[in-house]
Design a protein around this ligand. Structure first.
Ligand SMILES: Cc1ncc(COP(=O)(O)O)c(C=O)c1O
Length: 436
């Protein structure tokens, strides 16, 4: 099935192939983020609106990829477009001076995540990198605990054990790519998600040196793996006991999973939260939100935080309208219901067809793991049959639906512009695909 559907897809996307031939002459792999490359060539997109996008060949897709999970607003939300246009008309993009309203966005984030202070950057990678720096400065310690299979961007000390080969007993610490000097990642220690013993073991051995524990509270770079009951509570307790800071990397869940992200959803308040993606509705803005006594370490002679494009006027305008006018508390319930309907529909269709698969769903996100009945960590995630996943992904695209992010490691997102009809059509199409 994979071969047949992939071939049909390649026939439908000849303009993407032509674009790839041109782009790969001066852009390695023809893309500016490796993950966008899907062999033998990436999909090039021309335009998008609401819950739809159109590729270079003019093929229309109902889109659940939504900019790698960025767009809970959906594409081109009218309020966002209007606000950004007005900002441009007012004149100026980067003044080298602070916008007059960045504090309003900061206040909104502190309210959502029940923390005190904020600094803005332009990417999730920048936010997680800096969160670790300030945790190191605050504790005066250097080591960092992260989890196998969790992704925090590509900086040299966190891009470790993201997709490692399996070690028989304990997670192995493996730098994910060439060019990462050992000096940068040798202070990074790796634990297993949903396994408090693996964390405590490290803490007992190294607690004098450990600055922080960083994790995705819902593992969103291995599909969607929720924390087991008691896991986040346990991490909070261990962090307090051993004097380390707890960092929730909510770049994928922040302002999406719930109004106050995973922090609110699971009712556990970490010391630092990083957010990005959804808060800008597609504009590049991220934030580190933290306790007052931690963020007050920023200052001359203390911790430096700087960036030419940090909190630029356009991104602040975008985040303000997204957080205050689009992703308001009322929208989460209906978006979550659509996501639940999708998850239940997928599970029913697979069950009726006698196909083993696990469908997970948290908030507006979910993932189908073919070939497995339970997934609670990286090891479980590796068991999924990604060939079947790709067969479904191509078959759905040939029928006009991008059903999850185009990678078996990711998930669907429901936006505020998706409708019940969109979800019903998706389920009808999936049923047809599974039958075939
Ligand atoms: C949980 C998490 N943290 C950090 C990042 C890095 O964000 P960015 O790609 O904006 O640098 C990502 C990106 O997918 C992510 O999923």
């Amino acid at each position: 099935m994979l071969y047949k559907e992939k071939l049909a897809f390649l026939k439908r996307t000849t303009k993407s192939f032509e674009t790839f031939q041109k782009a790969s002459k001066n852009i390695p792999m023809g893309v500016n983020s490796n993950i966008r490359y899907i062999p033998p060539y990436p999909l090039y997109v021309d335009r998008a609106l609401s819950s739809r996008l159109w590729d270079a060949d003019g093929n229309e897709y109902l889109d659940y990829q939504l900019g790698f999970g960025v767009l809970m607003t959906g594409h081109n939300h009218p309020k966002l477009v209007e606000a950004v246009k007005a900002r441009l008309d007012k004149g100026g993009i980067a003044y080298g001076a602070e916008p007059i309203d960045s504090h309003e966005v900061a206040e909104e984030l502190t309210k959502r995540f029940k923390l005190d202070m904020v600094r803005f950057q332009c990417s999730g990678t920048a936010a997680t990198s800096w969160a670790v720096r300030i945790a190191r400065a605050y504790t005066g310690k250097e080591k960092v605990i992260k989890f196998e299979g969790h992704y925090h961007g590509t900086n040299d000390y966190l891009f470790v054990s993201y997709y490692p080969p399996l070690a028989p007993a304990k997670p192995m610490r493996i730098p994910h790519c060439l060019g990462m000097p050992e000096g940068a990642w040798k202070e990074t220690l790796v634990a297993r998600f949903n396994d408090l013993n693996s964390v405590e073991e490290i803490l007992q051995k190294d607690s004098d040196d450990i600055a922080c524990i960083i994790l995705e509270p819902v593992a969103m770079n291995m599909g969607v793996i929720p924390p087991e009951k008691g896991f986040l509570e346990g991490l909070r307790k261990l962090s307090d006991e051993y004097g380390v800071l707890l960092i929730f990397d909510e770049v994928k869940t922040g302002a999406k999973l719930a109004y106050g992200g995973a922090t609110e959803y699971f009712n556990i308040i970490p010391d630092i939260v990083t957010v990005g993606k959804a808060i800008g509705g597609g504009f590049p803005i991220s934030a580190v939100i933290g306790r007052r006594d931690v963020l007050e370490l920023v200052g001359p002679g203390k911790v430096v935080h700087a960036g030419t494009f940090n909190a630029n006027h356009i991104c602040i305008t975008a985040a303000k309208v997204v957080l205050k006018e689009i992703l308001t508390p009322e929208v989460y319930g209906s978006a979550r219901s659509l996501s639940k309907r999708l998850a239940e529909g997928y599970a029913q269709i697979l069950d009726d067809a006698g196909i083993e698969a696990r469908v997970t769903n948290v908030g507006v996100n979910g993932h189908i793991y073919p070939g497995v009945s339970e997934v609670k960590d990286y090891r479980g995630y590796l068991q999924q049959d990604s060939e079947i996943w790709w067969s479904w992904a191509y078959a759905m695209m040939n029928r006009g639906i991008i059903f999850e992010v185009l990678s078996a490691d990711d998930q669907w997102t429901i936006s505020v512009q998706h409708t019940e009809r969109d979800v019903e059509r998706t389920l009808e199409t999936f049923m047809e695909v599974v039958k075939s």
